[in-house]
Design a protein. Structure first.
Lengths: 488, 314
């Protein structure tokens, strides 16, 4: 079977395992990530997949020559394979368009990436041709204060025929930055991957480190982490709904949501000393105690904020002029969503019940019975509605947990196991966030970050196609993906 | 002689008080949002700042780009000279100036559209084409509204129409006036680029109409554009007052009468501005392709207004 690697994933050496395919040779799991790792001169591909009923699986593949692309059976593999191709020079046979993902003409020198940065043709745009087709380049610098991203629209009149993304302007080589650091000290790097989800990143990273050390996190620390994670979700969703209203020129709910979000941030600052919970999570537990008096105060702030928010948001979503804008805009078909393995609220708005908190419970979520709300239609309204439902669910969780916080320590020292591999997944506000970690002698040898934004960005063009170009900002906001989290 | 001075004063009032009107609208909207909001004098500070800034001009731009804001400003100021404010007479008046008024506003738009195209950015072109669409659809109803009132008043001059309306009984409101007022309200929203047609405060390039056209402008040019946009809002508000509720205008040129006229004008303007702030705060912006439908309503109302002049007693 040597030299035949391009034709199948079949077990070739002892370490290669077959990925599950059904009788029609369709991939039966959900692709989470594909990434490379270099050990002792050999490149190993990791296929991280979510197998229905069997949990996460980490399939390894030792690279010897070209590898068969996974895109024909799982289109979601496209961006992952392009990234691996760029970082490790791995050739994927059967990939529809294997061109660099991160490196485009805006980068004139090598990237601080993993592995070898290959000299390659620069990323180019597909030309859409035909009568009346017009190309509109937008970005990377925008009129508002938002992150940089370039969008290339091909339009006929006002209707979008095709949209191409060029992201990775904020590529900071974060995965490379992790390497060589002491694993227990690298939380601040994880926190800086995506600023508004920093606590989810910190917790996911800490869980991966705890996985390596086979540590046990005390119940009180898990409870505080749950509070931080749910509060972050609350903040993100309240901010998102306000921003959605702001994007259609509906300033009153936008201003109210901004105020409610600020109230919650200030409550956080008062209780844990930091607005976005930065520096709270550490491997082994958390750094900040929440006493019962603090808990009650935070609970009261959350109760008032959620009450205010539900009042204004329900009223806004029932306003006919807003319904007219939200309904039917930016529909993402469920089969597209499934093909591209989208995660988080975007997936749940297409009826795909996917939630790490229920499917792969971690920390305090292990003791919970969890309903995953879903919605149909996959339009902007569905993505707004699903956020409303998640605000309700998170608020319930928070109020319950703040009522009766467990007693005990908030941090336990890590066992002295300092070599190993682990990965951890957390349901961040934008969806499934995965950290994969390999630690040698206490130092990080490889850290892979799969943010929900990286997974969801490729789905955005499919939701935009067929809409008018003036609706793009609204559709984009309803996805609300992080550029920094995607670019890393 | 006194009348001539008042005519100049009322024209200057329209031009100089325009930024204040904008400031008041922003303040009202901020209050509705339970924010404190910026000072009502903020638009003046903004104009002052822009007039003192360096002007950046795209390399591809020609004279058209630089002259467009000046043409637009001049056209708007001249249009202001035709409006009666404090008494039913204006600085410039001629029979048929309703046509001139409409096309002075159109000249401003035309100049800005050309300037935006000349700027060379794709947003400028997009903004121009959208502005042209809105302008083409808003022109007919505006024109028909003025025609309907001109038929009733049997005169083609804005001042004379106002003078005629004052002589009518306030309670004897005709169907023509109601229809025309509704049509003009819609047109005013579209002409001045307010919600739900356009969002003057958005930062989203792809949704912009008027703002997309001015993206390339900076410094004094931008100041002129912003100022003429503010004047335009003031013009259309004053036009509505002059055509539909001129009562309170001073028929004689006496200090007391003029003070009362100024007071009632301010009151009527305040009502319009509060109405605008409330409407802008309670609806979302229309989807771009729904804007023609919105203006179609204005056209239908305006056509009905013209038809109804035939059966209204004079």
């Amino acid at each position: 079977m040597k030299g035949n690697a391009a034709n199948q994933w079949g077990p070739e050496s002892g370490r290669n395992e077959a990925l599950p395919l059904d009788a029609d040779r369709r991939f039966t799991g959900r692709l989470v990530s594909i990434f490379g790792d270099n050990t002792g001169g050999t490149t190993i591909l990791h296929y991280l997949v979510d197998l229905p009923g069997a949990g996460y699986g980490d399939f390894e593949y030792v690279v010897a020559g070209p590898v068969r692309s996974m895109t024909p059976v799982a289109p979601a593999a496209s961006w992952h394979e392009r990234e691996v191709h760029e970082q490790y020079g791995v050739e994927f046979i059967g990939h529809p368009h294997l061109r660099p993902l991160m490196r485009h003409s805006r980068f004139d020198s090598g990237l601080p990436s993993n592995g070898s940065t290959q000299e390659m043709e620069e990323s180019q745009f597909l030309r859409v041709q035909g009568e009346g087709v017009c190309e509109i380049p937008v970005g990377p610098v925008h009129a508002g204060i938002i992150e940089p991203g370039h969008f290339r629209f091909s339009v006929v009149g006002d209707t979008v025929l095709h949209l191409q993304l060029r992201l990775f302007y904020t590529h900071k080589g974060t995965e490379k930055l992790f390497e060589g650091r002491v694993a227990t000290d690298a939380v601040p790097i994880a926190e800086s991957v995506s600023g508004d989800n920093c606590f989810a990143h910190a917790v996911a990273y800490c869980q991966a480190v705890e996985g390596v050390h086979q540590a046990i996190v005390p119940p009180k620390a898990n409870a505080i982490r749950l509070i931080g994670l749910e509060l972050e979700r609350l903040l993100a969703h309240i901010g998102d709904l306000g921003a959605l209203c702001g994007d259609v020129g509906f300033a009153v709910p936008a201003a109210y949501c901004a105020r409610i979000k600020e109230d919650l941030l200030q409550a956080s600052a008062k209780i844990v000393g930091t607005r976005y919970w930065r520096g709270v999570a550490v491997p082994g537990g958390v750094r900040h105690e929440i006493g019962s008096a603090d808990g009650r105060e935070l609970k009261e702030s959350i109760r008032i904020a959620v009450e205010d928010f539900v009042g204004i948001a329900e009223q806004a979503l029932r306003t006919p002029s807003l319904e007219d804008r939200f309904e039917g805009a930016g529909i993402l078909a469920p089969n597209r969503a499934a093909d591209l393995a989208v995660v988080g609220p975007v997936a749940r708005a297409c009826g795909i019940a996917l939630d790490v908190r229920r499917d792969h419970p971690y920390g305090a979520y292990k003791n919970l019975n969890f309903d995953v709300p879903t919605w149909h239609y996959g339009d902007v309204m569905a993505r707004a509605r699903i956020r409303m439902m998640e605000v309700h669910a998170s608020a319930r969780l928070l109020l319950d947990y703040l009522e009766a916080l467990p007693a005990g320590p908030i941090w336990l020292p890590l066992p002295a196991i300092s070599t190993g591999r682990a990965f951890a997944a957390v349901e961040a506000p934008r969806g499934e966030l995965v950290y994969w970690l390999r630690v040698e002698e206490g130092k990080i040898a490889r850290c892979h970050v799969r943010s929900p934004s990286f997974q969801n960005w490729p789905a955005l063009p499919f939701a935009v196609t067929g809409n008018i170009i003036a609706d793009f900002p609204l559709i984009n906001k309803s996805f609300n993906l992080s550029y920094s989290g995607c670019d890393r | 002689m006194m009348g001539f001075v008042i005519n100049i004063v009322q024209m200057l009032l329209l031009v100089l008080a325009a930024p204040l009107l904008r400031g008041i609208i922003s303040k009202l909207k901020a209050w509705i949002q339970k924010r404190q909001g910026a000072s009502v004098w903020r638009p003046y500070a903004n104009l002052w700042k822009l007039f003192h800034k360096e002007e950046l001009v795209p390399n591809t731009a020609t004279l058209i780009f630089r002259s467009a804001p000046v043409v637009a400003f001049a056209a708007t100021v001249v249009a202001a000279a035709f409006l009666p404010v404090l008494h039913p007479a204006a600085f410039l008046t001629l029979d048929g100036d309703i046509f001139l008024f409409v096309y002075l506003l159109a000249i401003g738009r035309f100049a800005m559209s050309l300037g935006a195209l000349d700027g060379g950015s794709s947003f400028g072109g997009m903004g121009s084409s959208r502005e042209a669409l809105v302008a083409a659809l808003a022109e007919a109803p505006l024109f028909l509204v003025l025609t309907a009132l001109a038929i009733l008043a049997r005169t083609g001059s804005l001042s004379e129409i106002a003078a005629w309306t004052i002589r009518q009984n306030f309670f004897d409101v005709s169907t023509v006036h109601l229809l025309a007022l509704a049509a003009l309200a819609i047109v005013a929203v579209a002409e001045t680029g307010r919600i739900p047609v356009d969002n003057p405060t958005t930062h989203l390039e792809l949704t912009m109409i008027h703002e997309a056209m001015v993206l390339e402008y900076s410094g004094p040019s931008l100041a002129l554009i912003e100022w003429s946009q503010a004047i335009k809002l003031n013009l259309l508000a004053t036009l509505m007052i002059g055509l539909f509720a001129p009562w309170g205008m001073s028929l004689t040129v006496t200090p007391l009468g003029l003070a009362a006229a100024l007071g009632t004008y301010a009151l009527k303007l305040a009502c319009l501005v509060i109405g605008l702030a409330v409407v802008e705060s309670s609806v979302a912006k229309l989807r771009m392709y729904a804007v023609p439908d919105f203006l179609r309503v204005a056209s239908a109302l305006a056509i009905l207004a013209v038809i109804f002049t035939a059966i209204t007693k004079r």
